[in-house]
Design a protein around this ligand. Structure first.
Ligand code: ADE
Length: 228
């Protein structure tokens, strides 16, 4: 089976690549894709660059050019729910785009005609993640993840996203990857480790915790790969 493992930033993907051997490098669509065998799996690994457009391009390229059949996303997020703390792992049950707004035409936030506000993650991958977390004694939370092309460092914006979408965490790529995978019929799983609380300290906390949280997320991704 061909499995895609993507992140947005080098810090999110380096801990994945570090654990692989005989990695091959491919340059496609102005990005770098890495392939390697991991047990019985064919892995395709890449960081997309930040934001919805680059992450959609990477997800589509992985599926269309590399034949990815299951997609795992690994990275960091800002917490909305007060129950989420720096370093906590959260698996997305469903994802939405908090910055998609044609409410001027009477549509709800996050909706465009023929689309949907929420895209649901693959229930089977969520189940595997839950059972792996239980077996390994890892605390894994589930939640709604809101995505947008904004680094949120503002308590008011964060509260609005939380209230409008019932979201637990926010980041900048999950929902776009979800939309692509959903459209192309590829089961996907989005995992994030909390790096900040999307408040006025978010920029500082993000810089301080990006690396350690990205490693936590990557470590858990390997536990899932071991079960596929
Ligand atoms: N990813 C991690 N923290 C974030 C934040 N505060 N806003 C957007 N994306 C993030």
């Amino acid at each position: 089976m061909v499995v895609g493992v993507m992140g947005a930033m080098p810090e999110e993907i380096d801990p994945i690549l570090k654990r692989l051997e005989n990695v091959k490098k491919h340059e496609v669509a102005d990005n770098v894709y890495y392939t390697a065998f991991y047990g019985s799996l064919d892995l395709v690994v890449a960081y997309s660059k930040i934001g919805k457009v680059f992450s959609a391009l990477t997800a589509a390229t992985m599926i269309e050019k590399f034949g990815v059949q299951k997609m795992l996303f690994s990275g960091v997020a800002g917490a909305i729910s007060p129950a989420l703390h720096i370093g906590d792992l959260v698996a997305a049950t469903k994802l939405c785009q908090h910055d998609l707004d044609i409410t001027a035409f009477g549509h709800p936030y996050g909706y465009v005609p023929e689309g949907k506000v929420y895209v649901e993650a693959d229930p089977r991958l969520l189940e595997i993640a839950a059972s792996v977390a239980y077996k390994q004694g890892v605390k894994l939370k589930r939640g709604i993840i809101a995505t947008g092309d904004q680094f949120v460092a503002d308590a008011e914006r964060k509260a609005w996203i939380g209230q409008t979408f019932n979201a637990d965490a926010l980041e900048m790529e999950g929902a776009s990857v979800a939309v692509v995978c959903d459209a192309l019929g590829v089961p996907f799983f989005v995992l994030r480790a909390i790096s900040d609380a999307a408040d006025m300290d978010a920029g500082f906390d993000f810089d301080a915790f990006l690396q350690s949280s990205a490693v936590k997320s990557a470590d858990f991704i390997f536990m899932i790969l071991d079960e596929l």
